[in-house]
Design a protein around this ligand. Sequence first.
Ligand SMILES: [Zn+2]
Length: 310
Amino acid sequence: MKHMSLTRRLTAALAISSLSAPLLVHAKLNVVATTPDLASIAKEIGGDNIELTMLAKPTEDPHFVDAKPSFIVKLNRADVLIEGGAELEIGWMPALLDQARNTKLAAGAPGHVACAQGIQLQEVPSTLDRSKGDIHAAGNPHYLMDPLNAKIVAQRIADAFCAQDEKSCSVYRANLKKFTDALDAKMVEWERKLAPFKGQQVVAYHNSWLYFGDRFGLKIDLFLEPKPGLPPTPTHLAEVIMKMKADNVRVILVDPYLNRRTAEAVAAKTGATVVDVSQFPGGVKGTDGGYIALMDYLVNSVAQALAGKK
Ligand SMILES: [Zn+2]
């Protein structure tokens, strides 16, 4: 087994999966979501009517997920694939999809939900250029940090579930309404909590907080990475520190898979507070409850840090 190639292991895994397939009764819609935020929204809509698999872990960088052979088996059996799109998963999904050989999930098929379609993406470059190592070459893909975009995504997921599983459509629609109503109520609370900090600048390690900042009136446009996906350099960090001191910027946001020590070093030189954030439910403590619990955590921790409380 040790020196079997990946392809042979996959072929073996798929052979086993197709052998056992006739024995299984697929009553539930089989759904795969690439990242935990999408999985959380899919769970809200699908409830017990779907069998849900999420591929990336909450503590993994969504741009660089460790692709396992088991993912191919999951994708081979799926009725619906939910992905972020806008090239978020371009580094790891295309090869998996190729090998999964599932026509239901082909690009453009109703079972393949690329959630970025229908979202007003920001920072879409006028010319595509990956030569400089920018991993946001198709625009900024971290749009789910704006709760209003989460509503658009929830709607798309409900539509996709209804198309594949008509008999449960009324359940999906009712769940969608419940989720959307809960988000609307929370939005009022979140906007109120961040209102006192309108216009303030916040530093982030990676440019994944643009949509969050825009929604809640914060300027999150200074980054420890010189470009999305490129590790911080001493020259770049020196510039960031200078700007932070000049503008009295006091908060640095760090996702769990990034180098917290770099953020701590910058904080030590500027008197700023490092705030642990995550785009994914379960990525930081107290956010296992799903998308709304995550946004609650984000709003509260950012508001506390901006107010100067630990
Ligand atoms: Zn990114």
